[in-house]
Design a protein around this ligand. Structure first.
Ligand code: GLT
Ligand code: MN
Ligand code: MN
Length: 388
């Protein structure tokens, strides 16, 4: 039995905007104070957290002077090194300022699009100065309520041009960033462009430097759309595009809840952790969640510790599942292997096609077979509840 405490090799991260979320929502103001950033870094370090991520304006106010920026960055770097915390990922706030109310890279206004590039380059400079290797693009305002004129087609073209521009900027500066697109179907816009992981993967293939760009799937975002998060992650892994992951939890069909990891759908979270562990995902594991609005500061740290503990508990459950003789026996009955048939089906050749066409099939027997999935699922539930 482990103590379920984080080690640097777990690569757990939080965003400054997550643990420092003051509990504001569209119907009410903050319910807790914003904490000083060096203190947040110290507390995260005490929890064994590997990294802290940020938007430019989580650290440096949008209207800071150059001297103010430098002083803030210096103090932040000191806190990082004092507490053994790094900055693995950076991103740009292209959603809070009213200038971006109708989008940033996809705005209908060329001046806004140019400003979005300027702000992102400056934020990439900041991220690089702090050592970030991953650069996330969450296009919260890149969407619409009104599909005016040619906007929908224009938006895709503008988004592509912006990403191409910024990939070249990253290369030119020697930053070595990997870009990760974070899809979300809606909120704060009625419809956000590239709403799912699958949409983002399709879009990446149209870029000038597709190898530099992957995805940052978030549990809540695919779940809002009613989609399976583990399936989205599997597709990203299969494509070699899982550059980053945002872990939290969510009820289907709600506003973006960003709940504590494992707070809502433990079985889904188990399958997710299994996918990441079995496929040796080695990137950061970012808890993009926040404490409930009901909580005070103690509740915030209970929330952060809870994300970590649940992830580590589920890793332990995955190891147990992979070693459980009854579960493994049920799985080997479920997966029917046949080396000869798999050889024929793996790759087309005229001979393989002819052999498959000539193959006798007992269709009724195939249809009559019970798959044993009820048993497998019940064993999983019992394992998760600690009965096994
Ligand atoms: C915002 C959003 C998150 C994104 C962040 C990165 S900002 O909090 O809800 O899902 O990951 O821009
Ligand atoms: Mn996110
Ligand atoms: Mn979210």
């Amino acid at each position: 039995m482990s103590s379920y405490t984080a080690k640097p090799e777990d690569k757990f991260t939080f965003g400054l905007w997550t643990v420092n979320n003051p509990g504001r929502d569209p119907f009410g103001g903050p319910t807790r104070h914003v904490l000083p950033i060096p203190y947040v870094v110290e507390k995260l370090g005490q929890l064994g957290v590997w990294g802290v991520n940020l938007h430019d304006n989580d650290l440096v106010p949008i209207d800071a002077t150059a001297a103010e920026r430098d002083a803030i960055v210096k103090e932040f770097k000191q806190a990082l090194s004092d507490n053994n915390v790094i900055v693995p990922m950076a991103t740009t706030n292209l959603f809070s300022d009213p200038a971006f109310k109708d989008g940033a890279f996809t705005s209908a206004d060329a001046r806004v699009r140019a400003y979005a590039l300027q702000k992102t380059m400056e934020s990439m400079d900041l991220g690089a100065e702090l050592g970030a290797k991953i650069y996330v693009f969450w296009g919260g305002r890149e969407g619409s309520e009104v599909d005016a004129g040619s906007k929908t087609m224009d938006a895709l073209g503008h988004f592509r041009d912006s990403l191409n521009f910024l990939c070249e900027y990253s290369k030119d500066q020697g930053y070595d960033y990997k870009f990760a697109l974070e899809p979300k179907p809606n909120e704060p816009r009625a419809d956000i462009y590239l709403p799912t992981v699958g949409s983002a993967l399709g879009f990446i293939a149209t870029l000038d430097n597709p190898e530099m760009v992957g995805v940052n799937p978030e549990v809540a975002h695919e779940t809002i759309a009613g989609l399976s998060f583990p399936h989205a992650v599997a597709q990203a892994l299969d494509a070699g595009k899982l550059f980053h992951i945002d872990l939290n939890d969510q009820k289907i069909g709600r506003f973006d809840q960003d709940l504590r990891f494992g707070a809502e759908n433990l079985k889904m979270c188990f399958h997710l952790v299994k996918l990441l562990l079995d496929n040796t995902y080695s990137g950061p594991k970012h808890f993009d969640a926040h404490a409930l609005r009901t909580e005070d500061e103690a509740g915030v740290w209970a929330f952060a510790k809870g994300c970590i503990r649940t992830y580590l508990i589920l890793e332990e459950k995955v190891r147990q599942y992979n070693a459980d003789p009854e579960i493994q026996a049920a799985l080997s009955e479920y997966f029917v292997r046949d080396a000869a048939l798999e050889g024929l089906s793996k790759k087309y050749s005229p001979a393989n096609a002819a052999a498959l066409k000539a193959m006798p099939v007992d269709r009724l027997a195939l249809g009559a077979r019970g798959m044993g999935l009820e048993k497998i699922d019940q064993l999983t539930v019992e394992l998760l509840y600690g009965i096994r």
